[in-house]
Design a protein around this ligand. Sequence first.
Ligand SMILES: Nc1ncnc2c1ncn2[C@@H]1O[C@H](COP(=O)(O)OP(=O)(O)OP(=O)(O)O)[C@@H](O)[C@H]1O
Ligand SMILES: [Mg+2]
Length: 361
Amino acid sequence: MKVLEVRNLRVRFDTERGPVQAVDEFSLDLAQGETVALVGESGSGKSVASLALLGLVPDPPGVIETGEVLLGGENLLAASPERLRRVRGREIAMVFQDPRSALHPLLPLGLQLSEVLEVHEGLSRREARVRAAQALGEVGLSDPEARLDSYPHELSGGMRQRAMIAMALICKPKVLIADEPTTALDATVQVQILDLLRTLQRQYGTAILLVSHDLGVVARIADRVQVMYAGRVVEVALAEELFDRPLHPYTRGLLASVPRLRGPASRRLESIGGAPPDPLNPSPGCAFAPRCGFVQEACRKQRPPLSGVPRAVSDVLLVGGRRSACFERERLDLATPGTAADRSAGGPGVEEARDSGRSRP
Ligand SMILES: Nc1ncnc2c1ncn2[C@@H]1O[C@H](COP(=O)(O)OP(=O)(O)OP(=O)(O)O)[C@@H](O)[C@H]1O
Ligand SMILES: [Mg+2]
């Protein structure tokens, strides 16, 4: 069942140096209980796209030019500020990279968690405290009742992130947006937090939109992936398919630049050769063309549409099928089926992460 549908979202920033098209023609479907990852290099529009879903793009300088964000048929982009405040936290919750930005440093955890319940569910102070302690227990904090009186600074980074997750999920939202939820944590804690998200997701049927640089993280928990480049989605695939058979030259670059990994560690993506796109000087053609090894004349003049890929396994499984925005899509596809070059260049890191993901409980 589809819980969230985003159609043709366009977000622009009017900066002092000129307009920046941060997100363009962005669409997304999110079904109950699934995890979709947005990946792409810094500045590709992942955070802006996810903030826009909740009306959180700063305005000014941000302008939502077009788009629909449908939650159970209701367009949130047309909703009143009051309505959006109710949706936030209750129906769509967010977890950010830095828990310090979401947990108030001067208030005990119990108060912060109870407040969410008092506001959104109208519970009494006492009922809310009981639920808050339960929630802290569910995310694996020991002695949750005593924890209600802890202040955020008394917790380790991993525990703070668990508390954040407890706060995000306390009203059992339909959708959780997690923007780099584990980037600040060390590798072992990162794996624990991802497993926790997965477990709670199963328990509540929450759909997760995961924003991440880290293909190890993506391989561990995502069902589907949308790759972003210069504000646009350039490839959509089931996670397995994307790692086995990346079709867009940018995705291939991303996978190839993942370092080999040993052990549970995963790393941030390395950059791809050539300069990242200049948002103040967008090209009329494919934004990746200047860095692309497969570039043709047409790529510099026209923008390739995001369109279906023949013989994709996901055609039967995926709404809209597997898609890639590249004029050379078919040539690349024929050259791909997990080419030796791609695998030896970068596969192992991702494959290991994926294997550990498969063996998840
Ligand atoms: N408040 C803002 N004012 C002006 N431009 C902004 C603002 N926020 C984001 N942008 C621009 O929008 C584009 C997309 O930024 P966004 O933060 O979504 O990138 P991202 O993919 O999340 O990157 P990262 O991986 O570094 O978090 C960038 O060009 C960025 O400079
Ligand atoms: Mg971001």
